[in-house]
Design a binder for this molecule. Sequence first.
Ligand code: BES
Ligand code: MN
Ligand code: ZN
Length: 509
Amino acid sequence: MNHEPYKLIPEDFLVLPSLGGSDPKLHFVDGFGALDAIGVLVPSEGDVPESVGLHRETLESAGFDGKPGTTLQLANASGTLVVAVGGGKPGALDADGWRKAAAALVRATQKHSRIGFELTQSFDGTDASGMDAERLGQVLAEGVLLARYSYETLKSRSEPTTLAEVQFLGAGLDTAAATQGLETGRVKVRATAIARDLCNAPPSHLTAVGLASAAKELGKRFGFGVEEFNKDQLIELRCGGLLGVNAGSAQEPRMIKLSYQPDGSATGHLGLVGKGIMYDSGGVSLKPSDPMHLLMKMDMGGAAAVLAVFTALRDLGCKAAVTGFLMCTDNMPSGSAYKLGDVLTTRSGLTIEVKNTDAEGRLVMCDALTLAVEDGVDGIVDIATLTGAALMSLGQLTAPVFGNEQHLVDRVLESGRRADEQLWQLPLERAYRPQLDSDIADISNLGGPYAGSTTAALFLAEFVGDTPWAHIDIAGTMQSDKDDAWRSKGATGFGARLLIDLALGYSAT
Ligand code: BES
Ligand code: MN
Ligand code: ZN
């Protein structure tokens, strides 16, 4: 008989299991050492590399066509598994292709601990996509480590990943630069894994208060400032949006302010705002029971991505100052909940008529946008699981981006391309703005039946004034139904790597 008092949430629950384990060793080698499995890049046409030991016809008859992202496992007399890894057109693999190939290899060698990857392409800095050794190292590390991620912490019989070492073998590589790239990739994946852990955590395990203490730990460890604002302080700040959404909750809200300051003078000051709805029940406008609503524990995916970004800035030598706002609460129905028809007064002074309590994301975000503008940032990027319409329009692979200044939107788009976190710009169609008109307040939180992502963006735009601003809606991309290239099943951590890239290159003009 166990006489310990029952605990709903186990005391040893790890908010960030990814930081607990040990990372596999990744390195470039001149020749392979002892290995359990060897991946060989095999292009879709031309000669098959010798180490595969088979002709193209044989590979083709087994269904391997060499397309990027495909693999074929080959039994081998020596006991070392050989995996043909699709390389596409000879010599033409780009950064996304290499990341995908490395991820595919890891997925094909789940039971192996020491694997090799023969890159079978020469790298003299003049390859078709103009990729250099540093970038190659980075995307290889990203592919390997992102594919290796899985959330096991709550399984009593978990399947630990066995991967201990990856040896990369490539001809003509600048190994020093490539090794530097591996380190960069490792830091970006560490950040992404933090975002994934936070999103995968069950909603009752990770409250707004819990996220604030996780942020404080991370701040100490990775060199950024963390300020926590409790309910009384939020009242002091007149953050009526966040407080309104929190009204129905048994849990206190938190605003978490993050700050990173580079050594020396900053190239610019970037503001990041993340939606941190710890669980979105819809509130009084209760969501119907639907498997989709399992995902509402990930309604803090924007806040998770922003927090993740800060864990990488010092280690990657970011030259810009960055300030982040995470707006955290759950959205619950109860006797004290905010109601349809309620009017909230925001920090900006603007009053909002609540026409739907499930359009809560924009309500918590608006106060943070106001605070970022007050801080005098040079530009703001917000990221939020804001609208089901984003999932409907662009699906799970592409996130819509909106903005009030094309230069900033272009930078965000470019960072998305470099991270393979796909974005597509949608127009901030001002003609739809009257849909947000209210009879009794300055603005309502609900647009019409169409272009739901756009009307949500138009709402946010009201709070940024002339400050350059971009908004990324990750309702579709925060989660993957299946293991797919660098995305592991569950939370994707979408946005972390793209926003790190943005911060690293950010300047005021
Ligand atoms: N968190 C949801 C958006 C969402 C939907 C995220 C699906 C991930 C997957 C958001 O708070 C919401 O409920 N939005 C409503 C807005 C509507 C009431 C105007 C929506 O999109 O239906
Ligand atoms: Mn909602
Ligand atoms: Zn929501």
